[in-house]
Design a protein around this ligand. Structure first.
Ligand code: 6PG
Length: 246
């Protein structure tokens, strides 16, 4: 199931994302006793992460029952400026009462392939299932149509069996680590956060243009049984046909 929600500006889109996060967390903890989230890197989700640290919102969340994973990571040290963990640690984790054991960091100090295998082992032991059924996977959209670290024309797009892999990305001059398309698609909910005029073109291309998933990997994101929710601001949605987002 796919839905689109367009908001007047980033502030309203962020508020909606915060409210959705809190609602999903309560539902998951009520039903299954915990809430598993795969976080996105990049700049777009920072407002969501920061908003969740506000005292009134913090008080609404069952932190001890929330487990944070990473949808992707750069193969750099955890304190490197490019590290998604470092960004989330600074903006989010350092400001909330989250148990250290509930933060599942990708061990990028390891060889990249070993780090991918180690993280997949951690996922498999956490989910105990055939595929990782995250309650929520947060994604962004790159200007080249990538999401997580599934970049155009990279070998990682072909992976059918693994959950988490090392993916060499020539356009990024190095190695990334990422959930595979099948691991993302096994989620209960996938929320894609896209804001700003700069994303209007690529967003229209991926949603209304030709199906070319090797060039636009976010087109590979089609949840198996879960829900795909696009949370957009007006600027990012400005080139979408009106009938698509009603
Ligand atoms: C990353 C993200 C990546 C991001 C997009 C959009 O590690 O950078 O996982 O997939 O979501 O590149 O990034 P912005 O939000 O900064 O535009």
């Amino acid at each position: 199931m796919r839905s689109f929600q367009v908001f007047f500006d980033i502030d309203q889109q962020t508020t909606a994302a915060i409210d959705l996060f809190i609602s999903l967390a309560h539902n998951a903890v009520e039903k299954r006793g915990l809430f598993s989230v795969a976080l996105s890197g990049g700049s777009t989700p920072k407002a969501l992460y920061a908003g969740l640290t506000e005292p009134a919102r913090q008080a609404m969340l069952p932190w001890d029952d929330i487990h944070f994973f990473f949808g992707d990571e750069r193969h750099v040290p955890a304190d490197h400026p490019d590290s998604n963990f470092r960004m989330v640690q600074e903006v989010f984790f350092s400001k909330i009462p989250i148990l250290k054991d509930n933060i599942h960091r990708v061990k990028t100090e390891m060889d990249v392939r070993l780090a991918a295998f180690a993280y997949e082992d951690e996922l498999r032991s956490f989910f105990e299932g055939h595929w990782p059924s995250f309650d929520l996977v947060l994604l962004g959209l790159g200007l080249d149509g990538h999401t997580a670290s599934l970049f155009p024309n990279t070998a990682g797009l072909n992976e059918e069996y693994r959950w988490f892999i090392a993916n060499h990305v020539r356009s990024q001059n190095g190695w990334r680590l990422t959930l595979t398309k099948n691991a993302i698609n096994a989620a209960r909910r996938i929320v894609v956060l896209v804001t700003g005029q700069s994303k209007a073109g690529i967003l229209s291309e991926v949603l209304t243009g030709a199906q070319e998933p090797y060039q636009k990997p976010i087109q590979l994101i089609t949840p198996t049984d879960g829900e795909l929710i696009w949370l957009l601001d007006r600027e990012a949605a400005s080139q979408l046909p009106p009938d698509l987002v009603i």
